[in-house]
Design a protein around this ligand. Sequence first.
Ligand code: UDP
Ligand code: MG
Length: 383
Amino acid sequence: MAIDQKARYAYILEYYDSQAEMIRRYQLLYFLADDTIEMHDIKNRRIFLKRCQYDGIKLSDFFVGSIVNIYSRNLTVVEYADEFTRSANVKNHQRTLAMIKPDAFKNAGSIISAINNAGFRIANMKVFSLSRTEAEEFYSVHRNREFFDGLVDFMQQKPIMALELVKSNAILDWRAFMGPTNSNTARQNAPKSIRARYGTDGRMNAVHGSDSAENAIKEINFFFGTGHKFTSTAQFSDSASSCCLIKPHAFKENITGEILQEILNNKNFAIGALQLFSLSKENAADMLEVYKGVISEYVAMVDELSSGPLIAIEIIAKGTDKQHGVNQFRDFVGPFDPQIAKILRPNTLRAKFGINKIRNAIHCTDLPEDGNLEVEYFFHLLQ
Ligand code: UDP
Ligand code: MG
């Protein structure tokens, strides 16, 4: 069937112009027939971008809350601009809250790969350490159940990871993908499910998923809304902390899970804090300031770092070699240039996941004295 040449979705996008210190609003049209976009500046009623195909932009990038990068601006989709777009998108971009529970945190990378492969997009992601009160609040619907205390105890044991997932029919699809509540039942009845593969028993069952549209909103808000302030899990340890960024290109290529799993498998390191961020160009420039005028790729590095969501991780070096935490992690990440890494250090992260000097999959702290500064930039300043 031929697609109607005029059929298009319409979105309202916002961009914080830090120079003018104001929010700019645009209407963006996405033409379905030829995957072209057109943008209008709402206030000035002027065309901002003439209808064109824009490199790297696709329909699935657009849903309320998503961030798209156009002309080096990080624009947030804040609304659907008409009913046609809204009704189509509400179906296509349902959201749910997933959680990786303490027993499966060691497999968080593999679970994220599975999530990506099943067609879920990750709109938000962060590691938390729940207090008793927080765990009780999250599971308050089960307050009167006999398993409540045991469940709350379990949920406070170790870090957990909360994920906001987007997909058509996300709520039911994620519940089906998780499998039955009891991991042993899951191994019998749904052997491919996440709980069958990574769960332990009836309580320690690897993952959580919202059970209704109403609860999805509540639970997404619980972790990612502005209402509750959680204590940071970052340790800001002077000698042992270093900062690792899974760069936007790697996040886009859905290799975040594989990279994270390699880090989790390495017994020399622990994860202190982890969170998804979208950096503005100014933030990326700030973050990479030390390379300005030193490395010729500085401008391209800033562009890459602000081109979409990235994952920031506080890496804590464990064991006796704490003093050399930053160097130890750098060793594991490998040479700056993946082409060199592939020859000299084929087991390093950049050799395995990098493409070129700019898209080298990982940023890691270079100098021991900068470890804490970079971690503080993400887990203190940007909070
Ligand atoms: N749970 C438990 N004992 C039980 C049933 C549930 O410890 O007999 C835990 C388990 O971790 C489960 C959570 O409580 O995931 C919430 O229970 P629910 O019935 O809502 O299951 P879910 O929605 O997670 O599948
Ligand atoms: Mg439930």
